[in-house]
Design a protein around this ligand. Structure first.
Ligand code: ARG
Length: 584
């Protein structure tokens, strides 16, 4: 283990250029060394241009001075080109040394940069007694990948599954269930393929219909809501049963999806019930919330609605009740004050942007949220159907998550069975599961988060192109090469370095920087894009450089490159929440 990690080559070159700047122009020590990867050499620095402008001297001369002052054993050669660009070539030995250290390190040399940061990630958050549907897919997948990446970077991650487990609808549902003792909804009463949330979802729809058509039932349902809110023991017991059954059904989906969420992560909306009065009182006391027409509201100082009036957050409704806004105010207060979060992420679709903006603004005005804490609404686009409108079933209903996953698995099973007719049934099952789910996850995570995308199983499960299946195959192929070559000696850092080896080693060296970028931008597609490029760079390497038949020390060094590639692909896929089977 090395939580300290090793310094990536890019960072070492960047420091060296910074030091050269200090030597050449001590008065401009703060200048950006602007070091980037380059196709002319390994790296390029454009620092001389802005620096020369500031100093009023010709850039070529300044570039030359910088080049002469670049003093590090990492760099083998510097060439000044054009108006003063520095083309920097690394020492072969430094490149091999990066491979040698990373391949023997548990963390592939990546430092734990988020250590001692408490990051609360609000994700998944389905609603009790309702089926998980396509709308819960993105939050679950994106949130889980961020939880994995922050966890790997050393953060103390709190996975907050903010279940919708409270509201007046539960009074109606409980009343209906009590009046219809023949209703089956407990797991043990249901057949295969049915789940308690599906059953509860059906019962809720029936309750709703009765509520609308039968005034007496509507009255009894309202009385039941009051009983639930007042803590009537039988009503509360019934509610708890419904929550527990729903949690079990969500758990089954989480298992199947392979996400990290467990029952310990469920903190439903009801958890905040006894904090709502205090929260609203505090906001009123601080003058952040104001009474309005019997309700209590927060009027935004930053956002106005279409009518030019301030956007409103409903802290307490006119009837004294609390809704979605109230709960989110109590929730952010709790996460900041009681959990002591350093960073808060809310993974929900972009239609909730205004809601969260107002919640964050209120928390800031109340003094709960300070500049030391970073909050983000991790907003994402909509999943579209083949016709380019939000994804619906053929009958126009919401698409159940379960059906979607079944379909993806069936598709992969058919593809793999055709390719490999002799595969034993259990292996076929395992691959269909891992690659079917992986295909769905990868398609989601490889798309820019804020964009909408079409749910197109044919494209998602393609064997070629930027897909989960392609990457899983690419990883399994490297593993199979490694099985054939067997174990090796150590990396010889004095060995020559072929261009294709160099390109691969530099790509591998960049892994930690990509994770850092994801933590910064909250965009897992940057990791997906990196893995895809890495797989292709590996292909270029394997085409150019024989491994098994090479002479030593090339053979051992190339095997180390293969091993580091396999481990980076596996870790990267796992950080996207995707399995990386060693055989496919
Ligand atoms: N349960 C809500 C839904 O299904 C999402 C809750 C998101 N989290 C939050 N803190 N508001 O749409």
């Amino acid at each position: 283990m090395s939580p300290v990690g090793i310094t990536p080559l890019l960072d070492r070159v960047t420091s060296a250029v910074s030091e050269a700047i200090v030597r050449v122009r001590p008065d401009m020590a703060d200048a950006d060394p602007v070091v980037r990867r380059s196709d002319r050499a390994d790296f390029q620095s454009n620092a001389a241009l802005p620096l020369a402008k500031r100093a009023g001297v010709p850039p070529v001369g300044l570039g030359g001075e910088l080049a002469r002052c670049l003093d590090t054993e990492v760099i083998a050669e510097v060439e000044v080109s054009g108006p003063g660009f520095l083309n920097i070539t690394l020492a072969d030995r430094a490149v091999w040394a990066s491979v040698a250290v990373r391949v023997t390190d548990d963390r592939l040399g990546v430092p734990a940069t988020e250590e001692r940061q408490r990051v609360v990630i609000d994700y998944s958050a389905p609603n009790v007694a309702k089926e998980m549907h396509v709308g819960h897919l993105r939050t679950t997948i994106i949130g889980d990948s961020l939880a994995r990446i922050f966890g790997f970077l050393g953060a103390d991650v709190v996975r907050a599954n903010h279940l919708g487990d409270w509201g007046t609808q539960f009074g109606m549902l409980i009343q209906y269930i009590d009046e219809h003792p023949e209703s089956h909804w407990h797991t043990h009463e249901l057949g295969v393929g049915d789940s308690s949330v599906s059953a509860l979802d059906r019962l809720y729809k029936a309750a709703r219909a009765l509520f609308d058509s039968d005034a007496d039932f509507a009255d009894r349902a309202r009385t039941r809501v009051v009983a639930l809110q007042a803590g009537d023991p039988t009503t509360v017991a019934r509610w708890r049963e419904i929550v527990a059954e729903s949690e079990r059904a969500f758990g089954a989906i989480y298992d199947r999806l392979g996400v990290l969420l467990t029952p310990d992560d469920y903190v439903g909306e009801s958890f905040y019930n006894d904090q709502l009065d205090d929260t609203v009182a505090e906001l009123l006391g601080k003058g952040v919330a104001v009474p309005s027409d019997g309700a209590v509201v927060v009027l935004s100082e930053q956002v106005t609605g279409p009518d030019d009036r301030p956007a409103v957050l409903m802290a307490r409704k006119r009837d004294g009740g609390y809704g979605y806004d109230s709960t989110d105010l109590a929730t952010i207060r709790y996460r900041l004050a009681a959990l002591g979060a350093d960073r808060l992420l809310y993974v929900t679709d972009s239609r909730q942007a205004l809601h969260f903006r107002l919640v964050f603004e209120t928390a800031r005005r109340a003094g709960w949220l300070t500049d030391a804490v970073r909050v983000d609404h991790v907003a994402y686009g909509t999943i579209l159907g083949p016709d380019g409108t939000p994804f619906k079933t053929r009958a126009g209903g919401t698409v159940r998550l379960l059906d979607l996953l079944d379909e993806a698995e069936a598709r992969v099973r058919a593809i793999v069975a055709e390719k490999n007719p002799d595969l034993p049934q259990d292996e076929l099952d395992a691959i269909a599961r891992q690659s079917g789910i992986g295909a769905v996850k990868y398609a989601d995570l490889s798309t820019s988060r804020v964009k909408d995308y079409a749910f197109d199983l044919t494209r998602m499960t393609a064997l070629n192109g930027n897909t989960g299946v392609y990457l899983q195959y690419a990883h399994a192929r490297v593993r199979s090469i490694l099985r054939r070559t067997g174990t090796t000696g150590e990396v010889d850092t004095a060995a020559p370095l072929e261009p294709a080896e160099r390109a691969l080693a530099l790509a591998l060296d960049n892994y930690g920087a990509v994770l850092g970028e994801v933590a910064e931008t909250l965009e897992p597609h940057r990791l997906a894009g990196y893995l895809y490029d890495l797989a292709r760079t590996y292909t270029g390497f394997y085409d150019a450089c024989p491994v098994a038949t090479a002479e030593e020390p090339a053979r051992s060094n190339r095997i180390a490159l293969c091993r580091l590639t396999a481990r980076t692909l596996e870790l990267g896929l796992n950080q996207l929440g995707i399995a990386a089977p060693h055989r496919m």
